[in-house]
Design a protein. Structure first.
Ligand SMILES: [Zn+2]
Length: 170
C-alpha cells in the first residue's frame, strides 16, 4: 500500500469525498470504514472477473468488449452451460449452439472504463459483441480470422505430427 495521494474518493457513497487522503484501491479510495469496504469489494469483483475469464467462461453481464483487437478462437457451444445428459448425448440440438469468440481487446463497464482497464483476452458471445462493436469492424476481424485459420491450423498439425514422428524415431 502506497503513502497515498490527496484527492476525491472514488467511492460514490463516500460521505466527504473531496480532499481526502487516498490510500486504498491504488490510491483512489479514502480510509473511511465504508470506503475501505468499497475498495475490498472492488478488488474481489475484479479478481472473480479475472478468474472466470481465465476459466474460459464468458464475460459477465456487467463487463463488455468495447475495443476488438484480434480474434483468437471460436467455439460453437458452451459445455459449462449444458446439462450432463446433453453433454453425453450423441448429438447436440441446434438450440444448444451458442457461438462465442476468444477476443483480445478492451473490456469494461463502459468505453472509458474499458480504455482504462487495458487489454485482456476473454470469451465473448457473438450476441454480446454485436451490441458493442460496429458491424463492419466485427465482420472485418472475423473474416480475417476465418480466412487465416485453415492454413495456420493445417500447418500447425503438420508441424506437430513431424515433431512427434522425429521424437518417436530418435
Ligand atoms: Zn471515501
Amino acid at each position: 500500500m502506497g503513502r497515498g495521494v490527496i484527492g476525491r474518493c472514488a467511492n460514490p457513497s463516500c460521505k466527504a469525498p473531496d480532499s481526502r487522503l487516498l490510500r486504498y484501491l491504488n490510491n483512489t479510495v479514502c480510509a473511511f470504514g465504508t470506503c475501505q469496504a468499497y475498495a475490498t469489494e472492488q478488488v474481489a469483483a475484479r479478481r472473480s472477473a479475472t478468474a472466470s475469464a481465465a476459466a474460459g467462461q464468458p464475460v459477465g453481464p456487467m463487463e463488455q468488449c468495447f475495443h476488438l483487437e484480434q480474434i483468437l478462437g471460436v467455439r460453437e457451444c458452451e459445455p459449462t452451460e449444458l446439462s450432463v445428459p446433453k453433454r453425453c448425448a450423441e448429438e447436440l440440438d441446434e438450440d444448444d449452439q451458442a457461438i462465442s469468440y476468444e477476443v483480445r481487446g478492451q473490456f469494461g463497464m463502459d468505453e472509458t472504463d474499458a480504455q482504462r482497464a487495458g487489454f485482456d483476452t476473454r470469451w465473448v458471445r457473438l450476441t454480446d459483441l454485436i451490441k458493442t462493436i460496429e458491424y463492419e469492424a466485427l465482420d472485418d476481424a472475423l473474416s480475417k480470422y476465418e480466412l487465416s485459420v485453415h492454413h495456420r491450423m493445417k500447418r500447425a498439425r503438420v508441424d506437430a505430427y513431424n515433431r512427434q514422428w522425429l521424437e518417436s524415431s530418435a
